[in-house]
Design a protein around this ligand. Structure first.
Ligand code: G1P
Length: 297
């Protein structure tokens, strides 16, 4: 299952498809991108970007659309804010992780919503000839205390395997039809060989209950496959279908993340993430616990 470490290039670029309309969170997302909704005091996109940086990724490529400029603003220098805070002697550390070296945030527009595969393909010129990561920011991956984030765990696995990697997790069988599902092969610790992939199968047709959980490391060849990719599930151009065609040509593995995942694309998952992270915060955890006890009677 392993390859020589010297045969593959490091992962330095990440693509964040953020052009989605966020209809599940209307009216909150009428005027602000869903990726800017905060979990406690950080927007969702910031968690994904922090996870990327922890994994050694340097260039963040946002595939955006109309009405999504707040995401780019968030990672810019906020001159008036910083100047005023500085004058008042306020700590600017809170803004640190949302600042970037010029050139390390790149945006490209997906003009029409045609699916995840199409969104990724929109970034082809910026990705170029390098392996790259993909983050679906709706999937909030939280490391266990003292452990590393999902993408860092994947990059470590990639150092051994090369090829293509996706993060997977197990869901109850009746939920598989909302996701991309893998046909699993040999298992080696947290690594599972991927023998097949299918996007949003009917429960009866699903090859397993291991679903793609929103993190990928892919070889640039996927862009050429996406170029001719026909529409799949939901009438959209699916990344899963393009990846399925690459199985066999290159190593393809799934990594089971050791940590927690919150599905922030759903309202319940979003509230769960908010409560879980608030309860763990040193500055507010005990207050939140007291509030919850009061609410629950
Ligand atoms: C996308 C992918 C799917 C993956 C899921 C994870 O689906 O197409 O393979 O399992 O994200 O959240 P979407 O949620 O965009 O329908």
């Amino acid at each position: 299952m392993t390859q020589d470490k010297t045969t593959h290039k490091p992962v330095k670029k990440a693509v964040f498809p953020v052009a989605g309309l966020g209809t599940r969170f209307l009216p909150a997302t009428k005027a602000i991108p869903k990726e800017m909704l905060p979990i406690v005091d950080r927007p969702l996109i910031q968690y994904a970007v922090d996870e990327a940086r922890e994994a050694g990724i340097e260039q963040m490529i946002f595939v955006t659309g109309r009405g999504k400029t707040a995401i780019v603003e968030h990672f810019d220098v906020a001159y008036e804010l910083e100047d005023t805070m500085g004058e008042r002697g306020k700590d600017l550390g809170v803004l640190e992780s949302s600042r970037f070296v010029p050139g390390d945030i790149i945006t490209v527009r997906q003009q029409v919503p045609m699916g995840l595969g199409h969104a990724i393909w929109c970034a082809r010129a910026i990705v170029g000839d390098e392996p790259f990561a993909i983050f679906l920011p709706d999937e909030l991956m939280v490391a266990h205390k003292g452990s590393t984030g999902c993408m860092k765990q994947m990059v470590e696995a990639y150092d051994r395997t090369g090829g293509n990697l996706i993060s997977v997790l197990e869901v109850p069988e009746n939920e598989v039809s909302s996701y991309g599902v893998i046909d699993p092969g040999a298992v080696d610790g947290s690594l599972t060989q991927v023998k097949g992939l299918v996007e949003k199968p009917a429960v009866a047709d699903a090859p397993s209950n291991k679903i793609i959980s929103g993190r990928y490391i892919l070889q640039p060849e996927v862009m050429r496959v996406l170029e001719d990719q026909e529409k799949g599930a939901g009438g959209e151009i699916q990344l899963t279908d393009a990846m399925a065609k690459m199985i066999g040509d290159q190593p393809f593995h799934a990594v089971t993340f050791e940590g927690r995942r919150f599905d922030c694309g759903s309202k319940t998952g979003f509230v769960e993430a908010t409560l879980a992270l608030a309860l763990e915060r040193e500055d507010m955890g005990s207050d939140v616990r007291a509030v919850m006890e009061r609410l629950l009677g």
